[in-house]
Design a protein around this ligand. Structure first.
Ligand code: PLP
Length: 403
């Protein structure tokens, strides 16, 4: 028998859950793209997009594209052929950004910290000090690596760059974390931030954004990897409407995004961060109990300080993670994330990892429900696990929400 019928919950780290309000805002006839309401709507997006990234000073460029697209956008505006990038990888997403830069003709140095260990800031400082000729034009870093679910202390990274006295720009991938994890572009000294619509911004995949500082803008003026589509300069506030998108605007996405940004404003960005923090800690509490009864179960990231609030990677031991994901989807209507980048899909170990998304339009009953379903699956599939997980998770929610 299946208990999956009812409203399905896609508990993966993007695309995230679409709020009904966002869907309803998109459900309309095609608007006039030459003048009128759509132009006013786009004018209203810029200040809110800046606020969500914690900047008053950066410019924002929007692209029709996903996260991979805005990696290329950042690469194209930051680098000329033969320039060097320093990529700090703590999981698959950092490695993929490095690959996109390399494929565009950028010389890439990767410091790979593995799949479960945070960045060692001393090594970053040493790598920058070793670049006496100043070949490194920018450091590329994920705020949250969505595969390993490691969150990096961006302020500490900036401090390490400053301590090295190196002029490289700092570019941060916030595709998983924006609107989920606390992020302060200006206060943390970030030059370029990239994000996409389909995660914390709760809008369907298809739009990407690049926020860039004045310093980055100056570099962009001479970057020879720029092409007409990727050049960020014509895309910013004040530009001709058609130039903002270099062609037809992503009309319906814009209505959806307007609604999603309204929802974030209504809740308050700090409350959005606090909600994600509490739900993440509920998931961690459950795993800590499960792992007490089975050493094969455990969170991927040891120290809570280094964990994402948007998504949690865990191991269950092969093949149990795949079995449990299948059970949750087909028996209970919850789709969990695959263990991306932890092992190749052809390797049996791949079936030992999964990720739980708690990103965007997610509340306590959804996260507690997903955890309860996971426990039901472990019981049904005879996966050994420690007890008390649901009570522990409920306790975190109770303490967070208060009376
Ligand atoms: C999702 C994600 C990407 C890739 O985004 P796509 O839209 O799938 O291209 C890149 N970086 C991070 C950190 C992500 O979470």
């Amino acid at each position: 028998m299946s208990l999956a019928n009812g409203r399905h919950y896609l508990a993966i780290p993007g695309p995230s859950v679409m709020p009904d309000r966002v869907l309803a805002a998109m459900h309309r006839a095609a608007p006039n793209i030459y003048e009128g309401g759509l132009h006013d709507l786009v004018d209203s997006l810029w200040p809110d997009l800046k606020a969500v990234a914690g900047t008053t000073t950066a410019s924002v460029a929007g692209y029709i594209g996903n996260g991979h697209a805005v990696w290329e956008a950042a690469n194209a505006n930051l680098f000329s052929r033969g320039d060097k990038a320093l990529v700090l990888a703590v999981g698959q997403f950092g490695l993929s950004w490095a690959q996109s830069a390399r494929a565009m003709g950028i010389e890439v140095e990767v410091i790979d910290f593995g799949k479960a260990t945070p960045v060692d800031m001393d090594r970053v400082e040493a790598a920058l000090r070793a670049d006496a000729a100043g070949k490194i034009k920018a450091v590329l870093m994920t705020h949250v690596d969505t595969a390993s679910t490691i969150r990096t202390d961006i302020a500490a990274l900036r401090a390490a760059m400053d301590a090295a006295g190196h002029p490289a720009l700092l570019a941060v991938d916030c595709i998983a974390s924006l609107g989920c994890d606390e992020y302060r572009m200006d206060a943390w000294g970030v030059d370029v931030t990239v994000a996409a619509s389909q995660k914390g911004l709760m809008t369907p995949p298809g739009m990407g954004f690049v926020w860039f500082s004045e310093k980055a803008r100056a570099v962009g003026k001479t970057a020879d990897l720029r092409t007409p589509y990727w050049d960020w300069a014509p895309r910013v506030q004040g530009g001709e409407f058609w130039q903002l998108w270099d062609g037809t605007a992503p009309t319906h996405h814009l209505f959806g995004l307007r609604e999603a940004l309204d929802m974030i404003k209504e809740e308050g960005l700090e409350n959005v961060w606090a909600r994600h923090d509490c739900l993440a800690r509920a998931v961690w509490a459950a795993f800590d109990c499960w792992s007490a009864g089975n050493a094969a179960i455990g969170l991927n990231v040891a120290n809570p300080r280094d964990r994402a609030r948007a998504v949690t990677a865990a191991r269950l031991g092969a093949p149990h993670a795949t079995r449990l994901r299948d059970w949750c989807e087909h028996k209970a209507g919850v789709t969990l994330g695959i263990g991306l980048g932890m092992a190749p899909p052809s390797d049996p170990a791949y079936h030992g990892f999964l990720r739980v998304g708690h990103m965007g339009h997610v509340n306590a009953h959804m996260t507690l429900g997903a955890l309860a379903v996971m426990e039901a699956g472990m019981i049904a599939l005879d996966i050994p696990h420690g007890g008390g997980a649901l009570a522990a998770a409920a306790g975190v929610v109770a303490a967070g929400a208060g009376a």
